[in-house]
Design a binder for this molecule. Structure first.
Ligand SMILES: NC(=O)CC[C@H](N)C(=O)O
Length: 308
């Protein structure tokens, strides 16, 4: 079903666009540096399958860190809570997403699954007979959540990140030394960089956000895609750690479970109402979409979105 657009949402996007000038696209993954910093688009996907959008929603984004919440859901479905939280903790770090510093403290397990170290530990757990099989399981799961079997990944972005992943390589070796991950680090990075390069548009992202908003039910059909307790657990991490070390301020100003990625994507879930997909590649200094956060602040005020 095509998305309609409303003057009201368009106006909010135009206002938020003004702030994109204060941001910068991520360039530590070389392929992401090509993104247009002035781009800002949003889609809202409701439980009944209707959607509203503004901006250029044909534009695609790679999931990057948004994928962390999706692999967490899959690992929890594969293994259950006890096994997953044997490898990663529950607590926000207050540090940047790629920081290594807290791993030095005992126990040497990542503080939560939303930082790179934690996400690497979670991807390490994804079941499958080899790296390709594991990645395909992640991709199929994400296609199901979005109701779109044509979703794939950007080979260019995956390879670009794989080649330049020295920090994630270092984190992985550190975790391997401490027994948090077991597999070959190169194989893990292969799966992880492809997972981060899974590509979709804002509407797909909004639809996945809506599945979480509905505690794991597919919009329209009400088919269960994720057990309710897993969806709730993921949303809790989105609130406490989803916007990196800006999650506290985001909870105050916007007040919804959300997860961002360095491509400028943000997936939001407004409980029992709708999912939100945003693309705005210009980032603030913490790595969140600068226009996207502004837009969500305005939307939260206008549509009374805060759950607090
Ligand atoms: N914050 C992010 O989106 C980080 C994801 C990116 N692929 C990385 O590992 O660095």
């Amino acid at each position: 079903m095509p998305c309609r657009t409303t003057d009201e949402l368009n106006e909010l996007v135009q206002k938020a666009k003004y702030y994109t000038f204060g941001g910068k696209v991520a360039d530590y993954i070389p392929a992401l540096a090509k993104a247009n910093p002035e781009e800002l688009s949003v889609a809202i996907f409701h439980e009944d399958g209707t959607c509203v959008s503004a901006g250029d929603i044909q534009q695609k984004l790679t999931l990057q860190s948004v994928s962390k919440v999706l692999t967490l859901a899959l690992a929890l479905m594969d293994y259950g809570e006890e096994a997953v939280f044997d490898k990663v903790g529950y607590e926000p770090t207050g540090d940047p997403f790629n920081s290594i510093v807290k791993l030095e403290f005992s126990p040497s397990k990542p503080l939560n699954p939303m930082i790179n170290a934690g996400a690497l530990a979670v991807t390490n757990m994804i079941k499958g007979k080899d790296a390709d099989d594991r990645f395909n399981r992640i991709l199929t799961f994400i296609q199901d959540l979005a109701g779109n079997s044509s979703i794939g990944y950007s080979q260019e972005v995956a390879e670009s990140e794989y080649r330049t992943s020295d920090l994630n390589r270092a984190l992985s070796y550190f975790l391997k030394q401490h027994g948090v991950i077991e597999e070959d680090v190169e194989e893990l990075l292969m799966v992880y960089t492809k997972q981060c390069a899974i590509e979709m548009d804002c509407l797909d992202l909004a639809r996945i956000g809506c599945v979480f908003a509905m505690d794991g039910l597919e919009p329209v059909t009400n088919r269960r895609l994720i057990p309710a307790h897993v969806a709730r657990l993921c949303k809790t991490f989105m609130v406490t750690c989803g916007m990196y070390n800006a999650s506290g301020e985001f909870a105050v100003r916007v007040g919804i479970p959300a997860k961002s990625g360095v491509s400028g994507g943000i997936m939001g879930s407004v409980p029992n109402r709708f999912g939100i997909g945003i693309l705005g590649p210009a980032l603030d200094e913490k790595g969140n979409s600068i226009g996207g956060i502004k837009l969500l602040e305005m939307m939260s005020a206008k549509y009374n979105m805060s759950m607090f």
